[in-house]
Design a protein. Structure first.
Length: 251
């Protein structure tokens, strides 16, 4: 007699525990309702109805729309572009650690100043990646400005990645992840444009699945927008969470 194979998660227990603890932490500091009631943002006309022509004006409109979806007042954020030229990037990034690529986005963390994010002009050519960059930088505004977390915490960047999923921008974060790596110092956080982000593809898949599971979405319609290798990791994680009848993080 043959027995059905039980689904297995794509991560080891320590990795899943980190993701679950981090989701719980975000729920504690921001409120679980932010995940449960989040509008899942997709690369559709419905979510992004504004015309986009790669101009600074359209960039500003996109920042405003992403900020509003993440419940941040966009009028409190200054936005600027910088060149992809590496010499310019080095001037913008203190202690750039000798990186050989310009960052995709920057957040300037100075409590006495207005909140400011900068976007690499090259990202204007890729709207989906651009949304991911903006959501990531606004995530820093949410977590660092009110000091929900400290900039020098060892898992600050992975937690910030997870925040974008927590607030409904997981499709963009997952689909753009292969384009970016991240770095941080005391004043500035940003993404560069070569390696994977701090969350691996299996972790992104599990995080998206946990997001859906917490919301009671056994087969989320938005899952069809998740591309590449992350989609099967998400499907596998959802199958495991459902089969194992995993505990809900927010009860």
């Amino acid at each position: 007699m043959f027995s059905l194979l039980k689904p297995k998660p794509p991560l080891d227990q320590d990795q899943m525990d980190w993701a679950d603890r981090s989701f719980q932490r975000l729920g504690t500091v921001l409120g679980a309702h932010r995940l449960l009631d989040a509008t899942v943002m997709l690369p559709t006309q419905e979510c992004f109805p504004d015309p986009y022509d790669k101009s600074e004006k359209s960039l500003r409109r996109m920042v405003d729309r992403v900020a509003e979806a993440m419940m941040v007042d966009p009028t409190c954020i200054d936005v600027e572009l910088f060149s992809s030229d590496y010499d310019v990037a080095r001037m913008l990034i203190p202690h750039s650690s000798g990186r050989d690529t310009a960052p995709g986005g920057l957040y300037f963390h100075a409590p006495e100043e207005r909140q400011r994010i900068a976007v690499n002009a090259s990202q204007l050519n890729e709207p989906i990646a651009l949304v991911a960059v903006i959501a990531h930088e606004i995530g820093h505004v949410i977590l660092l400005r009110p000091a929900h977390i400290q900039g020098d915490e060892p898992d600050m960047e992975p937690l910030n990645d997870l925040l974008t999923i927590f607030l409904g921008f997981g499709v963009f974060t997952a689909n753009a992840a292969f384009r970016f790596s991240q770095y941080t110092n005391n004043q500035t956080q940003g993404w560069s444009t070569r390696r994977l982000g701090y969350l691996s593809e299996p972790m992104l898949g599990y995080a998206l699945a946990r997001f859906a599971y917490e919301r009671g979405e056994a087969k989320p319609g938005w899952g069809s927008f998740v591309s590449g290798n992350i989609a099967p990791y998400m499907k596998r994680s959802l199958a495991w969470l459902s089969h194992a009848q995993a505990s809900r993080l927010y009860s």
